[in-house]
Design a protein around this ligand. Structure first.
Ligand code: S3P
Length: 184
């Protein structure tokens, strides 16, 4: 990515949103490395704090419990951040769907990037994984879930990237952020 873009990103909080398997963690790790800003991957933090995989949390305590700790984590992040601190937040796929979570996220004024690869790409990445919401579910079920969220992600995001490859994502990001900077 170009220097001008890197400098801009370094001074911003960045929030990555999108469906399961859209590549948020991968891009988050990359951005954290090149920008030298801290990555907070909400699923990873939850697994560490609860000391069990997300799939096990869902199985043992249910989705409602998971959503509650997800929101609590977001509150902790937002309210304990130092003024000068800049983070990259890779969110679980369900986190930005709730209006209350959107409000919390907006409090740190992040650049919100939605990763939105084609459904087939998403499906090939997530099928066979233990993600509780789609585990052993039919293609039709997963498609409907994807469709039901698609518009919400797009509406909340400042920038939506639909590329499949990592290289493509970086190139599009570069272009889209340039446009974003000039229009804001
Ligand atoms: C979820 C996505 C998962 C995880 C949980 C619920 C969702 O995160 O938070 O299984 O509702 O889409 P990833 O998007 O990182 O897979």
């Amino acid at each position: 990515m170009e220097n001008e873009i890197l400098q801009y990103l370094q001074q911003k909080n960045i929030c990555l949103i999108g469906f399961m398997g859209s590549g948020k963690s991968l891009l988050g790790n990359y951005l954290s490395e090149i920008l030298n800003n801290k990555l907070i991957d909400t699923d990873q933090v939850i697994e560490k704090e609860e000391n069990m995989p997300i799939s096990e949390i869902f199985r043992a305590f249910g989705e409602k419990y998971f959503r509650a700790i997800e929101k609590k984590l977001l509150q902790d992040i937002v309210f304990t951040m130092a003024d000068h601190e800049r983070i990259i937040l890779a969110t679980g796929g369900g986190l930005p769907l709730k209006r209350a979570n959107q409000k919390l996220l907006n409090m740190i004024d992040p650049l919100i990037i939605c990763l939105n690869p084609p459904f087939e790409v998403i499906l090939s990445r997530i099928k066979g994984t233990k993600r509780p919401l789609i585990y052993r579910r039919s293609r039709k079920y997963i498609f409907n879930l994807w469709m039901s969220r698609y518009a919400i992600y797009q509406k909340f995001a400042h920038i939506t990237i639909s590329d499949e490859t990592f290289e493509g994502i970086l190139q599009s990001l570069n272009e889209r952020i340039k446009l974003w900077i000039t229009s804001h």
